[in-house]
Design a binder for this molecule. Structure first.
Ligand SMILES: *[C@@H]1O[C@H](CO)[C@@H](O)[C@H](O)[C@H]1NC(C)=O
Ligand SMILES: *[C@@H]1O[C@H](CO)[C@@H](O)[C@H](O)[C@H]1NC(C)=O
Ligand SMILES: *[C@@H]1O[C@H](CO)[C@@H](O)[C@H](O)[C@H]1NC(C)=O
Length: 208
């Protein structure tokens, strides 16, 4: 092959590859859907809304970020020790008062009725989360778990609402991750039963 023919063929091949690549990009659909079966649970509280909120917030501290800070510094052994020292569950964000948003929506129509009450937390354990996210990184979408406490006027019963970890993480099939997910599901249930004034095994130990 003459040098010129050879070079021309390289250029043409490169052009063909680029065109194919662009065609692929053009045909590529960036959206893909997957369906999940969610199991949403409610737990009624025997206590008032305020006493239920107070009991939950007294039962689990705000997250201690020492372990996460140590990981960022590359200190894995120290981070592991800090993770193992954490209680079973912690709160990851300051309590969100959703009740104000509900008021805002309804106040024009019913300015003088008693208020609905609603607060939201994110509850979990970073050591547990690392086991789930390590198995399947997209589980970061659900860890920590959102929990809301709602009392809708005229009901006088506050209710916890959450999507059960066994359903949020139900697609993790290994025995090891199933045990972690079952453990998290049980811890969360025991916590919310306890905060609601029901018999419960809370406080439960953190998972090993
Ligand atoms: C946070 O965790 C670290 C490591 O276990 C511990 O030394 C520290 O006292 C904890 N901080 C608080 C406020 O509990
Ligand atoms: C509800 O509406 C009343 C009357 O317009 C107003 O005075 C009050 O501030 C409103 N409250 C809230 C929570 O928006
Ligand atoms: C996983 O759990 C199932 C059901 O408990 C058991 O039959 C199986 O042997 C376990 N597999 C492993 C690898 O431990």
């Amino acid at each position: 092959m003459h040098l010129r023919t050879f070079l021309t063929s390289i250029v043409l091949t490169a052009a063909a590859i680029t065109a194919a690549h662009e065609r692929q990009h053009h045909d590529f659909n960036p959206i893909s859907d997957q369906n999940k079966v969610l199991s949403s649970r409610t737990i009624a509280s025997k206590r008032t809304f305020e006493a239920t909120q107070a009991a939950l917030e007294a039962a689990i501290p705000m997250i201690n970020t020492t372990g996460i800070d140590l990981l960022r510094e590359g200190k894995y052994a120290e981070a592991a020790a800090a993770f193992r020292a954490l209680p079973a569950l912690s709160r990851f964000i300051p309590t969100r008062d959703m009740g104000r948003l509900v008021d805002y929506y309804w106040n024009d129509t019913y300015p003088n009725v008693p208020r609905n009450k609603a607060v939201q937390w994110e509850i979990g354990n970073p050591y547990t989360a690392s086991k789930l996210v390590g198995q399947a990184i997209e589980t970061a979408l659900y860890a920590p778990i959102r929990v809301i406490l709602i009392q809708e006027w005229p009901s006088d019963t506050p209710m916890f609402f959450f999507d059960r970890p066994v359903s949020l993480f139900g697609h993790l099939k290994s025995n090891k991750s199933r045990a972690v997910v079952q453990g998290l599901d049980d811890q969360l249930n025991q916590l919310l039963l306890f905060a609601g004034g029901w018999p419960s095994r809370w406080p439960v130990p953190a998972m090993p």
